[in-house]
Design a protein around this ligand. Structure first.
Ligand SMILES: Cc1cn([C@H]2C[C@H](O)[C@@H](COP(=O)(O)OP(=O)(O)O[C@H]3O[C@H](C)C(=O)[C@H](O)[C@H]3O)O2)c(=O)[nH]c1=O
Length: 187
């Protein structure tokens, strides 16, 4: 399995092997030993799947506060997204920094977004299906959001504000500075 630590080293891009033949392909999309070896070692307790029918759908930037903070292992089984992780851990050397990666059914890559990070994506194709494993169960009361195009983060989204499709909730999310005490960095 290909493993790449991004410019924020806790965020890891992995690409499991895909074995093709005349019928199609087979892939072990999750293997606990391979993921542990890659540094993705927290246990997963919930699988999520979302379908976004349009190109330009932005979901995020979201997280859950402790003790329900979620690590997420994100992959795309149809279409493509540009996936973003933002370091929200106060005291982190990369606090307020973001990394992005294209995940698609084509490239078969998965992004590990650790607890303490905000997560969001924009779809690059219509009818994009995203599946992701979470290390903590959904806790609505613990959910927090930051506005996707926050001027404090300057995320280089590949979609214009005019073309972005968001939920009502995401349209009114606060700026990143609101997240100051949400997470603490632990060396
Ligand atoms: C996240 C979640 C949502 N829901 C229900 C709550 C709503 O009735 C409905 C849609 O939820 P929401 O609009 O928050 O879905 P997204 O905008 O895709 O949220 C996700 O977007 C970004 C990319 C994330 O990383 C998070 O996993 C998550 O916040 O599903 C559940 O029942 N369980 C869940 O775990």
């Amino acid at each position: 399995m290909k493993v790449e630590r991004l410019s924020i080293p806790e965020v890891i891009l992995v690409t499991p092997p895909r074995f093709g033949d005349n019928r199609g392909f087979f892939s072990e999309t999750y293997n606990v030993d391979r993921m542990n070896d890659a540094g993705i070692a927290l246990p997963f307790v919930q699988d999520n799947q979302s379908l976004s029918r349009q190109k330009g759908v932005v979901r995020g930037l979201h997280c859950q506060l402790a003790p329900h903070a979620q690590g997420k292992l994100v992959r795309v089984t149809r279409g493509a997204i540009w996936d973003v992780a933002v370091d929200a851990r106060t005291g982190s050397p990369t606090y307020g920094k973001w990394v992005g990666a294209e995940l698609s059914a084509e490239n078969w890559s998965q992004l590990w977004v650790p607890p303490g990070f905000l997560h969001g994506f924009v779809t690059l194709e219509e009818n994009t299906e995203v599946q992701y494993k979470c290390t903590a169960l959904y806790s609505k009361v613990s959910e927090r959001a930051v506005i996707w195009n926050c001027p404090e983060l300057k995320i280089d989204w590949p979609v214009s504000e005019a073309d972005a499709v968001l939920s009502e909730k995401d349209l009114v999310a606060p700026h990143f500075s609101e997240s100051k005490d949400w997470f603490q960095y632990e060396k």
